[in-house]
Design a protein around this ligand. Structure first.
Ligand SMILES: Cc1cc2nc3c(=O)[nH]c(=O)nc-3n(C[C@H](O)[C@H](O)[C@H](O)COP(=O)(O)O)c2cc1C
Length: 185
């Protein structure tokens, strides 16, 4: 798929089939994520590839954390949270490194990780897959970060839910850039 076609036709879609994705295809997506621009060549993204039972383990960590924060959590909510990661056969969680040298800036690392997420979304789309970038409270949850082995001060740029589309893609129409743009000459 040509680049502009991919950019203009990509849209988020969480309605995906449960069928597993081949490892080499997942590798292609990670390769695309790894091509993102980043300052000082620090490659601040950390990819956590969740398939199969790892998604249940993430769901358990999410639900346990929610319960710890809210001891009155209804059982239905606990059970619903536990199943959230099962919405796609593949989740790529993207963690962000804290700067290891004074010249490296945290915001720039987050920007680079976000660029990496977008590369993955575009690569997924160009491969005929559907995806949606999610965060929610889980991206800021200390216990979820611990599940991935991330430090509490580290950020999670997103959870990319990816799979084969369950239904035909809709067409995409987005507002023009005009009201977001100032031409300075
Ligand atoms: C950083 C970030 C976090 C997001 N978190 C969520 C989320 O938790 N749940 C959700 O439904 N959409 C979330 N979205 C929005 C969708 O990923 C998507 O961008 C939005 O629905 C617009 O659709 P489009 O990509 O087709 O334009 C998030 C987007 C970004 C950039």
């Amino acid at each position: 798929m040509e680049l502009f076609e991919a950019i203009f036709t990509r849209h988020s879609n969480g309605n995906v089939r449960s069928e597993e994705l081949p490892r080499d295809l997942i590798g292609k997506l990670l390769d695309a994520g790894n091509q993102a621009p980043n300052h000082y060549k620090v490659r601040p993204w950390r990819f956590f590839v969740l398939t199969g039972n790892a998604r249940n383990r993430l769901g358990q960590a999410m639900a346990a954390s929610q319960l710890a924060r809210n001891p009155d959590l209804p059982t239905e909510t606990f059970d619903k949270t536990k199943k959230l990661p099962l919405r796609a056969p593949l989740i790529i969680a993207v963690g962000v490194d804290q700067p290891s040298e004074s010249k490296v800036i945290e915001e720039e690392n987050l920007s680079a990780a976000a660029a990496s997420c977008q590369n993955i979304l575009l690569a997924a789309h160009a491969s005929g897959l559907s995806a949606i970038w999610r965060t929610g409270e889980w991206a800021r949850d200390a216990k979820v970060k611990r599940f991935f082995g991330l430090a509490e001060e580290q950020k999670i740029a997103g959870f990319l839910y990816i799979g084969h589309p369950a239904e035909k893609a809709e067409s995409v129409s987005r507002p023009s850039f005009a009201d977001r743009t100032v031409w300075m000459e």
